[in-house]
Write a protein that binds this ligand. Structure first.
Ligand code: PLP
Length: 234
């Protein structure tokens, strides 16, 4: 049996991020989102002990079930595909929805937020690699998408999110991440209302080092912290 030390994993990742930031001459402003899909509550509590304050879940039911058992509550990030009919269950329970990928979803979020009189924080998910299996807005369509959110007064866009290419070719992964950084700078320069580009969420267990070198300030790490895990029900 392999014993996984969540503590050691977190410390190693932190150390690596420090090194990467130093090497690229930037200050370390990288937030680690611990991705806890399929991870049981006791292991989540363990990672919170070691200074993790951001938790990412990708399934609505799983998020709700586990969130109830976690106190005090860390920041919750929703990182999976969000069905419009499930918005009502989570819109007021998460701090950041990282997967805004279509106007239907924006409309439903705006409706709920306006009734509750709250602001919902979002990242626009970009399908930078244009893989057909991925959701997300294409790079060349993002400006039009943002402009279509003009009347969504209860939505605040905090940045962009992407999932790196599903390839072993590091050059492709790097080039996609670089495109993301440039895109976020371009959006920033437009000074849209209720849109800032404070967050660039890219990098997972296998590609977070490249992502940080290319300007990511939010990495989403599951396997690297909790090890490989089996899918669980719900
Ligand atoms: C599962 C998942 C991650 C974490 O992936 P690991 O390879 O386990 O680090 C990050 N982002 C999203 C959107 C995910 O679904």
């Amino acid at each position: 049996m392999i014993v996984i030390s969540i503590r050691d994993n977190i410390f190693k990742i932190r150390e690596n991020i420090d090194k990467l930031c130093l090497a690229t001459g930037r200050k370390n402003d990288v937030r680690i989102v611990a991705v806890t899909k399929y991870v049981p509550v006791d292991r989540i509590h363990e990672c919170l002990k070691y200074g993790i304050n951001d938790i990412g879940e990708s399934k609505v039911q799983e998020l709700l079930k586990k969130r109830d058992c976690i106190n005090p509550k860390p920041n919750y990030h929703f990182i999976g595909h969000l069905q419009t009919n499930k918005v009502k269950y989570i819109y007021d329970k998460v701090d950041l929805i990282q997967s805004l990928d279509r106007i239907d979803l924006a409309n439903e979020l705006e409706k709920r937020a306006s009734i509750a009189d709250i602001t919902i924080n979002l990242l626009i998910q970009i399908n930078i690699s244009k893989e057909s299996t991925k959701s997300g807005i294409f790079e060349n369509e993002v400006f039009e998408f943002i402009e279509s959110l003009q009347n969504h007064k209860h939505l605040q866009i905090q940045g962009l999110m992407t999932i790196g290419s599903n390839t072993d070719d590091k050059a492709i992964i790097r080039s996609d991440f670089r495109k993301m950084y440039n895109l976020s700078e371009k959006i920033k320069s437009k000074h849209y209302e209720r849109v800032n580009m404070d967050i660039l969420s890219m990098g997972m267990t296998n590609d977070y080092s490249i992502a940080i070198e290319e300007g990511s300030n939010m990495v989403r790490i599951g396997t690297g912290i909790f090890g490989e895990r089996e899918k669980m029900e719900g």
